[in-house]
Design a protein around this ligand. Structure first.
Ligand code: SME
Length: 151
C-alpha cells in the first residue's frame, strides 16, 4: 500500500478499495478529478495500446475527444514518450498540441506506470490559461500512484 497525503488521493483510495474492474475504476477516477478541480472542462485517460502503438481514449468527463494519439504527438504523446508529467500553461504555444476541445487553453498530464512501463496518461484540461500549479501536479501524481494499484 502506498502512502498518499492529499485529500483527493485519499478519496480515490477509499473509492477504489477492493475494486478490480479497470474501466469502472478509471471511470470513477475521471469523475472524481472532474468534481474536485475547479475550472476543468475535460478530465480523463489515454491508455497505451501495444498492438497499434497508440494511446487510445479511455474513460473521461467532458466533450467528445480524439480517439487515438501517437506517442510523441501532442501533450499526451509527449508525456508518454518522456515518461513524465507536464504542465502546459498555454496549449496554443505547445508545438504539436492536439486541439480536441476548442475550449481548452491549459493542460496537465501525468503518466500512470505499471511494471515500469507507462500504462496510460491522466489528462486534465482547463479553459483558463495557466490553470495548473506544481502542487496540483504533485496531487495528480499521487492519483496516478493510487491508480497503478487498480489497473
Ligand atoms: N490536447 C491533448 C489531446 C487530448 S485532449 O486535450 C482531451 C494533446 O495535445 O495531447
Amino acid at each position: 500500500m502506498i502512502s498518499v497525503t492529499s485529500l483527493v488521493a485519499k478519496q480515490l483510495e477509499s473509492l477504489l478499495e477492493n475494486e478490480k474492474n479497470v474501466v469502472s475504476n478509471l471511470a470513477n477516477a475521471s469523475a472524481l478529478i472532474f468534481q474536485n478541480y475547479e475550472n476543468v472542462n475535460w478530465a480523463g485517460f489515454y491508455i497505451y495500446n501495444h498492438d497499434s502503438n497508440e494511446l487510445d481514449l479511455g474513460p473521461f468527463q467532458g466533450n467528445v475527444a480524439c480517439m487515438h494519439i501517437k506517442p510523441g504527438s501532442g501533450v499526451v504523446g509527449t508525456s508518454f514518450e518522456e515518461k513524465s508529467g507536464l504542465i502546459v500553461p498555454n496549449v496554443h504555444e505547445f508545438a504539436g498540441h492536439i486541439a480536441c476541445d476548442a475550449n481548452s487553453n491549459s493542460e496537465l498530464v501525468v503518466p500512470i506506470f505499471k511494471n515500469g512501463e507507462v500504462y496510460g496518461i491522466i489528462d486534465i484540461d482547463s479553459s483558463l490559461l495557466d490553470r495548473f500549479s506544481d502542487i496540483e501536479k504533485a496531487e495528480v501524481e499521487e492519483l496516478s500512484a493510487v491508480l497503478s494499484e487498480h489497473i
